[in-house]
Design a protein around this ligand. Structure first.
Ligand code: ZN
Ligand code: ZN
Ligand code: ZN
Length: 319
């Protein structure tokens, strides 16, 4: 009975993954939704508290409490109660408790190394997906984008230093696999916010990581503890792509484009960017990249993107 209630509360059929010719995979709505509806609910694949919120929130359920109890062995992690402690022991703390005892007080960026070590351990235990990779929700991190060529050597080396302590005698992942996992975290990790919109933890959500960016998104994500909910902020029609904004989308086009390039390694071609770039006259402060984007947009032959541009032109025409 409990299983049935839980299954009913997670609207698995509200969205599906579709392979796109232009942006890898995308998430589309399987029916019509009004603003404010929850279309995806997911627990994290891996997650860990941020270093600066440690001690204020439970390491397992991420709920705030003034009566958290420390693990008496490592004196590092804290829990609401024995239920959270037991569940976290199975999740990750069994492997980490002894190691944390040794490296406490914590070295810098323990949070980043912890998340990476959780991901590597989980990836080792996972079985590769046998379904067609492109048209299903990912079941392992191997199916997530990593933008390997952008992984920064310096950052990896400093993380590796901390990470080595997490694995003791254990063999570290193959260097190529380690770099891939590092890239997966950089490209896909979600900041987990509390009710005051302060980031308290980071996590990887396999299903939610299929949602692409738009500077004018139709969805947003909210958290209940560690549970992520994807909610609509506009009317979404059946078959429409569900999008969120990866960045602060109140910034002007040029700044949004630069931030998306730097952090997520893509040039945004959302309807809003196309519309705003098209409304700029040549030479009025367009950067080289934006001029390049404007030119490439003019040359796009792909049907899907042409439709977006067409919609955009039509909306301008109607004004
Ligand atoms: Zn708890
Ligand atoms: Zn412990
Ligand atoms: Zn955009």
């Amino acid at each position: 009975m409990i299983t049935l209630i839980m299954a009913a509360s997670i609207p698995m059929q509200s969205v599906r993954v579709v392979k796109s010719a232009t942006c890898g995979r995308k998430l589309v709505a399987t029916s019509r939704f009004a603003p404010g509806q929850c279309i995806l609910e997911e627990l994290p694949y891996v997650y860990t508290l941020c270093d600066n919120t440690r001690g204020l929130y439970c390491d397992f359920c991420l709920k705030k409490s003034s009566t958290l109890k420390k693990c008496s062995s490592c004196n590092y992690v804290r829990y609401c109660n024995t239920s959270c402690q037991k569940r976290d022991w199975t999740r990750c703390h069994k492997q980490e408790c002894k190691i944390l005892q040794k490296i406490h007080p914590s070295p810098p960026d323990l949070h980043g190394a912890q998340l990476l070590s959780h991901l590597i351990r989980k990836q080792r235990k996972s079985t590769p997906c046998t379904q067609d990779n492109e048209d299903c929700f990912p079941t392992t991190v191997d199916q997530l984008e990593s933008h390997l060529s952008y992984a920064k050597k310096d950052n990896i080396e400093s993380l590796l230093f901390v990470l080595q302590q997490f694995f003791e005698e254990d063999v570290l992942a193959e260097p190529s696999s380690l770099v891939k996992m590092y890239g997966v975290i950089n490209c896909n990790s979600f900041s987990i916010y509390n009710n005051d919109l302060i980031a308290i933890a980071s996590g990887i959500y396999l299903r939610a990581s299929m949602v692409n960016h738009s500077c004018d998104p139709n969805c947003t994500w909210v958290f209940d503890g560690r549970k992520l909910q994807l909610r609509t902020v506009k009317d979404v029609t059946e078959g429409e792509e569900c999008t969120i904004s990866y960045i602060d989308n109140i910034n002007p086009t040029k700044e949004r484009q630069a931030e998306l390039e730097k952090r997520y390694h893509f040039t945004c071609k959302c309807v809003r960017c196309v519309e705003e770039i098209n409304s700029l006259e040549p030479g009025d402060g367009l950067s080289k990249e934006l001029r390049g984007l404007k030119k490439s947009l003019e040359q796009i032959e792909d049907l899907e993107e042409s439709q977006d541009i067409l919609r955009c032109h039509l909306s301008l025409f109607r004004k």
